[in-house]
Design a protein around this ligand. Structure first.
Ligand code: UD1
Ligand code: CA
Length: 488
């Protein structure tokens, strides 16, 4: 050990983490590697890494194997380094694959499939480990149904060994204190302990759990630290995955309600971890909020609202069945029912958006209105604009490119108007209903672009005409017959 490493370890020991994530997860019966299955929207391994980061782990190493390239794609952006375990020869072999000999300070060993671990759990355990001046610690939990988890064997209260359920006798199986799969060790002893592990068990694997008895034999200080049972919650099946999501959603709801959010039926409100909702907002049943969505104070979210990574300012009313993705909605907006805001859309304050309105990459100005059945894509709509029912921006051209529609402040667009982009409408312009607008409209002008109406006074249908004159249908001269023929 060189001098600088010594100074590092003599202060508050630096913390690194090894996450085991090479297993296949056969019982998930899914093509996705087990640790990538999301719990409340976030891959399990991401949750574990997040907990480690929360306690200041400086180096994040993840042992990968099954589905390696997919797992790398998730963990590397989170700042972790992947270490390949070529063959899954057991948990001790997995830790060795992460090259623990090159680590210093304190090493936390976690499983990628225990998604309910939180930073506060790890903080408590680390401080106990430091207080006890231990060399190695295993985190345990007392469970009613210890199932197939490793049992903590004690003698006169002192930790002796961990025995896997598959290798345990009837008496050992009765023990309810189990191995959570989380460990802490001084880096200086870890590699040496691991090198002594032998595959002496029913599975013929290198068990990490053996470092407990080996450490005791070596005269090290090896302790068991009790953690919350949730720390030991490992996911092996889809049912266990769903249960983990439920735990997280329940935790998130509680946090939001403590903040003053009103939930009519909390059990049906789903908010991912990064969602923030201001106090005084009312959330109706069956609302789903994802990503880092921010909802202000005094908003109303009616049933069936689904919001992804969007922000909504105070006092906005979102009516039933709205779907927003990556958009920004201002204050005191009224929107829906059944409106869809697609990415890069922003809605100005006090705007009014009614039913069956879709917007994409559109800036919609303050106090502007689009009450019914409208599509606005690649558009800039000014303030105080009225968009009539059935208005459409024709943004996608035959050259397969997208073009922009710009409508100035105070413009009035009648119903059933098509804007063939690229197109600019000046401030205060009026667009007549039923117009197909293909040329720019100057400010304050009236644009009418539709077939001129023709009224034929006192018109008779061909059958009426023939019964009066005795002529055959189709032979009657004039426009009326021509019109009938065209229709046929
Ligand atoms: C392990 C413990 C058990 C503990 C339980 C807690 C051992 C021998 N047993 O059992 O005492 O109660 O966790 O959940 O350690 N992995 C690899 N490479 C391998 C083998 C496993 O990366 O070669 C990874 C898995 O992907 C998983 C973790 O290590 O994330 C645990 O492995 P798993 O096979 O699930 O161990 P358990 O049988 O659950
Ligand atoms: Ca497991």
């Amino acid at each position: 050990m060189n001098k600088s490493e010594k100074t590092q370890t003599s202060g508050p020991a630096s913390l690194s983490v090894i996450v085991l994530a090479a297993g296949k997860g056969t019982r998930m019966k899914s093509p996705l590697p087990k640790v990538l299955h999301p719990v409340a929207g976030q891959p399990m391994v991401g949750r574990v890494l997040q907990a480690a980061k929360a306690v200041g782990a400086k180096e994040l190493r993840v042992v990968v194997g099954h589905g390696e390239s997919l797992v790398r794609r998730v963990i590397e952006p989170l700042g972790a380094i992947a270490f390949q375990q070529k063959e899954q020869k057991g948990t001790a072999d997995a830790v060795l694959s992460a090259d623990p000999g090159s680590m210093t300070g304190t090493v936390l060993i976690l499983s990628g499939d225990t998604p309910l671990i939180e930073g506060k759990d790890l903080a408590a355990i680390i401080s106990e480990f430091n207080d006890l001046r231990a060399d190695v610690a295993v985190v345990t939990a007392e469970l009613k149904n210890p199932g197939s988890l490793g049992r903590i064997v004690r003698q006169k209260g002192e930790l002796k060994a961990i025995v896997e359920a598959g290798d345990a006798g009837a008496d050992t199986l009765k023990i309810r204190e189990i191995n959570s799969g989380t460990y802490i060790a001084k880096a200086s002893v870890l590699a040496d302990l691991l090198s002594q592990v032998k595959p002496n068990n029913s599975k013929g694997e290198f068990y990490l759990t053996d470092i407990i008895s080996i450490g005791l034999e070596d005269g090290l200080k090896v302790v068991a630290i009790k953690g919350r049972p949730a720390m030991a919650y490992g996911v092996n099946t889809q049912e266990e995955l769903a249960r983990a999501s439920r735990v997280v959603f329940t935790r998130n709801r509680k946090k939001l309600m403590e903040n003053g959010v009103v939930m009519i039926d909390p059990a049906t409100v789903y908010a991912e971890d990064d969602v923030v909702i201001g106090g005084g907002t009312v959330v109706y049943p069956n609302v789903y909020l994802r990503g880092a969505s921010r909802i202000g104070h005094y908003c109303v979210l009616e049933p069936g609202v689904h919001i992804i990574s969007s922000s909504v300012a105070d006092s906005t009313h979102i009516k039933a069945g709205c779907y927003f993705e990556n958009c920004v909605v201002g204050e005191k907006v009224q929107i829906g029912p059944y409106a869809r805001l697609r990415p890069e859309t922003s809605i100005g304050r006090e705007a009014h958006i009614g039913n069956f309105v879709e917007m994409k990459k559109t800036v919609f100005g303050a106090r502007s209105k689009a009450g019914h059945l409208t599509y606005l894509g690649d558009a800039k709509i000014g303030d105080d604009v009225n968009i009539g029912c059935g208005t459409i921006t024709c943004n996608y051209a035959a050259d397969r490119k997208k073009y922009e529609t710009v409508i100035g402040d105070g413009a009035f667009v009648g119903s059933d108007v098509q804007f063939v982009a690229p197109i600019k409408i000046g401030d205060g312009a009026v667009i007549a209903s039923g117009s197909t607008i293909t040329e720019d409209v100057p400010a304050k002008a009236l644009a009418i672009a539709r077939g001129r109406q023709v009224n034929k006074p006192d018109w008779k249908s061909p059958s009426e005409a023939s019964s009066m004159t005795g002529q055959k249908i189709g032979s009657a001269p004039g426009t009326a017959t021509a019109t009938r023929d065209e229709k046929d």
